[in-house]
Design a protein around this ligand. Structure first.
Ligand code: PMP
Length: 305
């Protein structure tokens, strides 16, 4: 994966090789950082690059910062401008992934959130598929539980909480699965390691509510809107039991990196008839057009670089 030549670091755009933090930095020692993962898509016919829903990503990032008692001197608009400046510096002509981070930047020991300096950083990389089998993924139920909102803010994207995601992902992959479904402490389906989950049951699209310890995904929100407005589907946000997944007609996961991943098996049981279903396929097609600004109705989601 090719990394950007430049990064935003300590208030300015610098060569990536100069964007370095010290080993004594609080955010590194304690995971006291919040981040976002955004994508920008290259439209090859028009030779133009579009960032997907940056306002929403930065809004969630600033909310995560608020939960972690962090403050930076930028609002959503300022962060979008800074993103455009950074992307123009490296003149990207492919699909890319952006990683903005706000972190506790002081050096030294002492676990807390208050009386510490906050910094904002961002780098970029070339990015293709995140899940290889995105048309026929095999999922397992993780033996790990999703972090609870009373442990680490579940609706915040807190760096330290990704130790949970890493355990989930590695154990699933080493056991031969593409990805895992994670239950919360009440035993309800929460999400994947870094993606939200949807099932189709009796023709209705169902996804866990934002109170079941999910990260409030921007892809999730986009898919809910598309399912309702473009496919005319009923969408329910309600708790999902473990065994409902085995009797679902379709199952898919959503995320910025993952995009829309069709899951066709769960713990060796076929989902529906074992191939990607029609609703998943339609949503994938729509989503790919929309992120490349090919759908006039949703162009407010695309910010041109
Ligand atoms: N859940 C977790 C834990 C994630 O890390 C992500 C990726 N950001 C998602 C869900 C999906 O969110 P989004 O669609 O905003 O990328």
């Amino acid at each position: 994966m090719d990394l950007s030549k430049h990064a935003f670091f300590e208030g300015k755009i610098v060569p990536l090789s100069d964007a370095k933090i010290n080993i004594a930095t609080h955010g590194f020692l304690y995971g006291t950082a919040v981040f976002s993962g955004m994508r920008a898509y290259w439209n090859d016919e028009e030779k133009r690059l579009f960032v997907f829903r940056p306002y929403d990503h930065f809004h969630r990032l600033l909310n995560s910062a608020r939960m972690m008692a962090m403050n930076i001197p930028y609002d959503e608009k300022g962060l979008i401008q800074l993103t455009l400046d950074l992307l123009r510096t490296d003149d990207w002509h492919e699909d890319i992934y952006l990683r903005p981070t706000i972190y506790k930047a002081d050096m030294g020991i002492g676990v807390r959130l208050h009386d510490l300096r906050d910094e904002f950083s961002m780098f970029v990389m070339e990015f293709g598929k995140y899940v290889k089998n995105d048309t026929n993924a095999h999922l397992t139920f993780s033996s790990w539980r999703r972090i609870d909102d009373n442990v680490i803010p579940a609706r915040g994207k807190v760096a330290g909480a990704y130790a949970n995601s890493a355990l989930i992902k590695t154990d699933a992959n080493r056991a031969g699965f593409d990805e895992a479904i994670v239950l919360d402490n009440n035993g309800h389906v929460s999400e994947g390691s870094a993606m939200n989950i949807f099932m189709v049951r009796d023709g209705i699209l169902v996804t866990p509510p934002s109170t079941d310890n999910i990260l409030e995904g921007i892809t999730r929100r986009s898919v809910i809107e598309l399912a309702r407005n473009e496919l005319g589907l009923q969408v329910l946000e309600r708790s999902i039991d473990r065994t409902e997944v085995f009797v679902a007609e379709e199952l898919f996961m959503t995320g910025t990196a993952a995009q829309i991943v069709a899951a066709t098996k769960v713990d060796h049981r076929p989902v529906g008839n074992g191939v990607m279903g029609p609703i998943t396929e339609k949503l994938r097609g729509l989503f790919d057009d929309i992120v490349r600004a090919k759908h006039p109705k949703y162009q407010s989601w695309n910010v041109e670089v």
